[in-house]
Design a protein around this ligand. Structure first.
Ligand code: COA
Length: 335
């Protein structure tokens, strides 16, 4: 069986930088509280009129340009998002059309797994590539979180930001690189703690749902925090154990960027030094499905990931959803 290897990465973040001080005169909070409780210093807000698909397109262009791949070679596109352009059609369809991707057998769809969306989508694409059903699969994590974040809710509005990342997956005979193993979980009992109340079939949109501000993220922060710390570390340690890896074998942990304290706890359970953890939450906040591919893209561009590096991706999100992926980096830096 062939391995599925990440052969290109790209990302996009909006230009508009929103420092913590932005919130200080709008809600009851302080820069100091946000920094110490979350690790966030600033985030990016996408402008009105820029949809999730537009950020996805920019991330894909960055990804394909870095490898000189023509858009028409893409035969599968999977988009992880909880802020799709529309409930339907899928953001994957919209991106395909916006980019005029013309592979005769291109197909794809969206995945809804909140902050674990990127690793769930990667896992799905990996299986298709390994099975020979896709030769060039695009995995996109993109979210315009500002569209579902209540600017009056101080417990959530300070956390989230907008952004997108994309990776290209291709089959390879190279045993030394590619996605090696993964563990993925869902636990639907997490629903009451993290969800959006209205806009679905349970509570369709109405004047009342808008007036009651029910089209925004609802989060009960503390229990979610505890579940995130446990689940992300459990998944990461599980995938390490299954592959006989110790902390010393890992070049990089790429954690979902929800809260610096969750990241630190996960790294500590894995017995990893902090200089081997990708952290950019201070600059972007939580971009949901965007966090992990944005990290990979930034670290790759900076030349900090070496060919053959052992990398663990780990995420936790609404659902609950959580998991970890073990891969060996397959891009030579000159590529
Ligand atoms: N500024 C100032 N005070 C704030 C605040 C803000 N922006 N948000 C909340 N507070 C207050 C609370 O009201 C509370 O006050 P009280 O003690 O008077 O009731 C106090 O700060 C502590 O609140 P708490 O919720 O315990 O804070 P916390 O340390 O748990 O941090 C989160 C809150 C949301 C940052 C944290 O719980 C978290 O990161 N949760 C998990 C997020 C996550 O992983 N989500 C998963 C999907 S990505």
């Amino acid at each position: 069986m062939k391995r599925a290897v990440i052969t290109a990465v790209g990302h996009y973040v909006p230009d508009n930088v929103i420092p913590n001080s932005y919130f200080e005169n709008r809600i009851e909070t302080t820069d100091e509280w946000i920094r110490t409780r979350t690790g966030i210093e600033e985030r990016r807000f996408a402008p009105d009129g820029m949809a999730t698909s537009d950020m996805g397109v920019r991330a894909i262009q960055d990804c394909l340009n870095s490898r000189g791949i023509d858009k028409d070679e893409i035969d599968f596109i999977i988009v992880a998002t909880v802020t799709p352009d529309y409930i339907f059609p899928s953001t994957a369809c919209i991106i395909q059309d916006k980019m005029q991707m013309k592979h005769p057998y291109i197909w794809g769809y969206d995945v809804s797994a909140a902050c674990s969306g990127f690793i769930f989508a990667l896992e799905t694409a990996r299986r298709l590539v390994e099975a020979g059903a896709s030769q060039k699969a695009l995995v996109v994590g993109a979210d315009k979180m500002t569209t579902i974040t209540d600017p009056q809710d101080r417990t959530t509005c300070i956390i989230f930001g907008d952004g997108a990342g994309a990776v290209l997956l291709e089959p390879s005979d190279d045993e030394n690189t590619g996605i090696i193993d993964s563990v993925m979980h869902i636990d639907g009992s997490g629903l009451p703690l993290l969800h959006m109340k209205a806009g679905g079939s349970v509570m369709p949109a109405s004047l009342e749902t808008v007036e009651k501000r029910l089209h925004y993220i609802f989060q009960d922060g503390q229990p979610v925090f505890r579940a995130a710390v446990k689940s992300m570390a459990d998944a990461a340690c599980d995938v390490m154990q299954r592959n006989n890896l110790t902390g010393e074998d890992i070049a990089w942990l790429v954690p979902h960027q929800a809260n610096l304290r969750i990241i630190d706890a996960t790294a500590s359970r894995m017995e990893l030094e902090k200089d081997r953890v990708m952290i950019n939450i201070q600059r972007y906040g939580n971009t949901t499905a965007g966090t992990i591919p944005i990290c990979l893209s930034e670290w790759h561009k900076d030349g900090k990931i070496k060919y053959g590096d052992n990398i663990i991706l780990a995420a936790f999100g609404g659902g609950f959803t959580y998991g970890a992926t073990y891969l060996r980096w397959g891009i030579r830096h000159s590529a």
